[in-house]
Design a protein around this ligand. Sequence first.
Ligand SMILES: [Zn+2]
Ligand SMILES: [Zn+2]
Length: 276
Amino acid sequence: MTQLNLKLWGVMGSTPGATSPTLLKYGTNTSCVSVEYEDELVIFDAGTGIVQLASYLNAKELPKHIHLFISHYHYDHIQGLPFFNLVFNPQVNMTIYGMRHKLLSVKDVLDRFFLDPFSPIGLKYMQASIQFVTIDSEEEFIINDRLRVNSYFVTHPYGSMVYRIDSTNGSICYISDFEYNEIDHANLTLFCQRSDAIIYDSFFSENELHSSKYRGWGHSSAAMGALLAKESCSKKLFLFHHSINRSEEGFKELITEARSIFPNTELAREGTSLTV
Ligand SMILES: [Zn+2]
Ligand SMILES: [Zn+2]
C-alpha cells in the first residue's frame, strides 16, 4: 500500500542561519516540507530548507511532477526558490500554487520577488516547465486522481494559506504562519479532522501568545496546536516555525505545554521524516 512520506527540510521562522547550539539542534533553515507519494512530489513552502531538498532530489530519479504550494510570500517562505536548482532543469515539470495578493497572481508576486536588482535570476531564466496556479479562496486540487490538496485561508499579515493533503491511506495538514483566533481555530478543527499529522506554527509560548506585545505578529502557540490536534482527533503534532530567539528552556516550555494537552507532540527538526 502506497503511503505519504513526509520530510522536514526547514523548520525555523523568520530568517535562516541562526547558529546558537540550541537552534542548531533543530536546524537553521526556514520553512520547507515535502510529501512524496509514488512518483509525485508535493512541497509546502520554499524557505531555505528547499535547497537541501534539491540535493536529495538530484541524487535520485526525478519526480514525475513537482507541486509547490506556497503558504504566503514572506521571505522565510520563498527565499530558497532561486536556489532550488531543479527550476533550471528543462526535464522538470512543476506547478507553483499560491494565493492571490490583492490583484496580483502568484506569478506576478514571484516576478516582483525576482525583480532587478534584488536577484540576478528571474522567472524567465528558469528552464523547467513551470505552470502557475493562483488560489483565490478555499479550493481543492486533485493530483493525478490519487492525491487531494485542500487550501484554507487564515489570519496573518497579508493573509496565509494552510493546506491539507490526503491520499487514500493518510493525511497531513500544513499550518504555518497563522495568528491564533477562535474563529479560524474552530474552522481548522474541521479542516484537520482525523489527520495523521499536523505541522503547526508554534512561534509562541502560551504567555507570549496572550501578551499584548505580540498581538498582530501573526502567529500561534504550541499549546493551541496541541488543542487543535486533540479537538480534530488527529494522531500526531509537529511544533513548527520556531522563533530564532527561543532558548533551550523555552523549547522545553513549549513541548511541556503542548504534551500536557496532546501527548503525541514533538518539536519539528530538520531531517525528521514520517510515513503515514
Ligand atoms: Zn514565516
Ligand atoms: Zn509570515
